[in-house]
Design a protein around this ligand. Structure first.
Ligand code: GRF
Length: 227
């Protein structure tokens, strides 16, 4: 029998709710998915993310940033835990700590993040309120390789959703979150398959012909023409 290709060993760093973590866990539950969630590290005691991982039988580690004198020491502990578990790729999933340049460099092109905006628009916090305040007609989310500057780095995949006239930050966030749960597993799959290459700080997806190959690329209008 043909030997199955080993799956990429992924470590997820999370701080809170863990819904993106749950989406990754669900995707990786399929043995054909090319990545396995081999470790979940959480920095906040009692975070739902920790319970989600435990419930799925995934090894977890609670590394509380408060227990460390500075960011460098905390990041060293993170790094040690990831290496000890043989992690090959790190996924940030609502991880609310700034990482030191040393850590980011050590995991360069081996650490990805999801951000709830169409980067490079609206990096940082309160993205949905800012998108609404700007009158943006589309919002969305981005999976990207991590660089030192917050929410920058080669873009692997994006999903767009319309902004509706009656949206509040919460309703927009909920629509974007649904898109996050689809795009993060897809982006991780591409990376795990070795199909993502960083060339001159842009991520190229090997073998992705894109929607255009199957016909005209869709043009999304908001408001739609019938409005
Ligand atoms: C998500 O919106 C993600 O894009 C951002 O933080 C939030 C985390 O949510 N980085 P969850 O913990 O995955 O539910």
């Amino acid at each position: 029998m043909a030997r199955l290709k080993p799956r990429l060993k992924v470590g997820v760093l999370a701080s809170g709710r863990g819904s993106n973590l749950a989406a990754l866990i669900e995707a990786a539950a399929d043995p054909a998915y090319p990545a396995e969630i081999a470790l979940v590290v959480v920095n906040v005691k009692g975070a739902p993310a920790l319970q989600r991982a435990e419930a799925a039988g995934i090894p977890t580690k609670l590394i509380e940033h408060r227990a460390f004198p500075d960011r460098k020491a905390f990041d060293a502990a993170l790094d040690a835990a990831l290496r000890e578990a043989g992690i090959e790729l790190v996924c940030l999933a609502g991880f609310m700590r700034l990482l030191t340049p040393g850590f980011v460099e050590a995991w360069r092109d081996r650490m990805i993040n999801i951000h709830p905006s169409l980067l490079p628009a609206f990096p940082g916090l309160d993205t949905h309120a800012r998108a609404l305040a700007a009158g943006a007609k589309f919002a969305g989310c981005t999976v990207h390789f991590v660089r030192h500057e917050t929410d920058t780095g080669p873009i692997i995949a994006q999903a767009a959703v319309p902004v509706l006239a009656q949206d509040t930050p919460d309703s927009l966030a909920a629509r974007v979150l649904e898109a996050e749960h689809r795009i993060y597993p897809l982006a991780l799959k591409l990376v795990a398959e070795g199909r993502v290459r960083v060339v001159e700080e842009r991520a190229e997806i090997l073998g992705a012909s894109g929607v255009a190959a199957r016909g005209a690329a869709p043009v999304l209008l908001n408001p739609p023409e019938e409005a």
